[in-house]
Design a protein around this ligand. Structure first.
Ligand SMILES: *Cc1c(COP(=O)(O)O)cnc(C)c1O
Length: 392
């Protein structure tokens, strides 16, 4: 047997025996996996001026069109684009379409959870633009509107991008929209982390009422294959984005991935409301439960409006641990979180968990030095993927 395939099988077996609380990840349903592994994975399709440049595409274009249609419906958007092969590719399309060289960008600072890609040295450098910080209040997890107006006055940005990788609270979009109108700035929302809870109606339902474009990853709270989507109600903007896909930011759109996304979109359309509300309920209840033990969450008593919780580094330092060491300790106990102090409830919710007591208990006992790996393994083997297939 292939060496790599052996490793793949080892990986699958290993991760099937772990409790995944990584905020950026999720699990794929059996139907989605089937599409990922289908013949579509090595095919091309490219429609130019109403003709496909390739043959054998009898079904490929129908899959793409139906997936776009359903995506627009799920997000109640006029237009949806599902070809970007990642959230980062989608953000490249946005920057390329909305900014000229030497113009300024405003985004949430990295130290408050903003996406690293928007920091100077990454995307801004590629596109010859300059990024400035959106003034942000760490304590309240809110944009500081007064200071933002000052920042806009002095930097006259062409584009403001909202959205965070460390993402606990919605934005007050109306005043930000008004500022953008006043200073002639386009407003974009990078919802990479929260696309699934937006789709399911549990977070920031007004994103497309106020922002010119909503875009992001399809594999974090949205339980699809790895990829990106772009949504807008503005036909002219959407045409600009579409022009910047083929031969600019990418070539082929990975038809197997789009088919898999279409299936995940059907699942979201059927079950998204229940899924998304449980994701948020679970993170808040995990926050409350953890606050009663030694692994302390931040921002009590509200903790979170999303799938994420932020951990208190101080509570870990009492045990001589930091975020990385705590993550490594949990990993020995078959619990996976990232090394940055985030905990996410999207995947456990997809695995049918609606009571976080066990999860909180495992984390606290692992911190106390107990070996809970066997118990965690038993617990995980009793879980089953939920929210897929036809509605019950
Ligand atoms: C994860 C993330 C991205 C990158 O997404 P990929 O799909 O991995 O390319 C972009 N923006 C934000 C805010 C993210 O959290």
């Amino acid at each position: 047997m292939s060496e790599i395939l052996k490793l793949v099988e080892k990986h699958d077996k290993y991760r099937a025996g772990t409790l995944n609380l990584q905020a950026s990840e999720n699990v794929l349903s059996p139907d989605v996996r089937k599409a990922m592994a289908s013949d579509l994975g090595s095919r091309y399709s490219l429609v130019l001026n109403d003709h496909d440049a390739y043959g054998g595409t009898r079904y490929t274009q129908e899959i793409l069109e139906k997936t776009m249609e359903l995506t627009a419906k799920v997000y109640r958007a006029k237009y949806a684009e599902v070809r970007p092969t990642g959230g980062h590719i989608a953000s490249q399309v946005i920057l390329l379409s909305l900014m000229q060289r030497k113009r300024n960008l405003l985004s949430i600072p990295e130290k408050y959870g903003g996406y690293t890609g928007y920091q100077n040295g990454y995307l801004p450098q590629m596109f010859g633009v300059q990024n400035y910080d959106i003034p942000y209040n760490q304590e309240t997890q809110e944009v500081d509107l007064e200071k933002t107006e000052k920042a806009m006055k002095s930097s006259t940005p062409a584009l403001m991008v909202l959205g965070q990788s460390y993402f606990l609270k919605h934005y007050e979009l109306k005043p930000l929209r008004e500022l953008c109108d006043k200073y002639d700035c386009t407003l974009a929302y990078d919802g990479s982390h929260v696309m699934g809870i937006i789709a399911g109606g549990a977070f920031q339902q007004d994103a497309l009422n106020y922002c010119d474009v909503l875009f992001g990853s399809t594999h974090k709270t949205f339980f699809g294959p790895q990829g990106g989507i772009i949504l807008s109600n503005d036909e002219d903007l959407m045409n600009r984005f579409r022009r910047n896909l083929t031969w600019r930011t990418m070539d082929n759109f990975h038809p197997s991935r789009v088919a898999a996304l279409g299936i995940a979109m059907e699942e979201m359309s059927n079950h998204g409301n229940e899924y998304a509300h449980w994701v948020v309920k679970n993170s808040r209840s995990l926050g409350k439960l953890l606050s009663e033990g030694d692994v302390k969450p931040l921002y009590g008593p509200w903790y979170s409006e999303t799938h994420q919780l932020g951990l208190s580094q101080k509570s870990l330092e009492k045990k001589n641990l930091n975020f990385r060491k705590f993550s490594e300790l949990l990993e020995k106990n078959r619990i996976v979180i990232d090394r940055e102090g985030r905990v996410g409830t999207a995947e456990v919710t997809r695995m049918g968990v609606t009571n976080m007591e066990k999860v909180a208990d495992f984390m606290n006992r692992a911190l106390a030095g107990e070996d809970v790996s066997r118990e965690v393994g038993d617990y995980v083997s009793g879980l089953n993927i939920s929210y897929w297939g036809e509605p019950q």
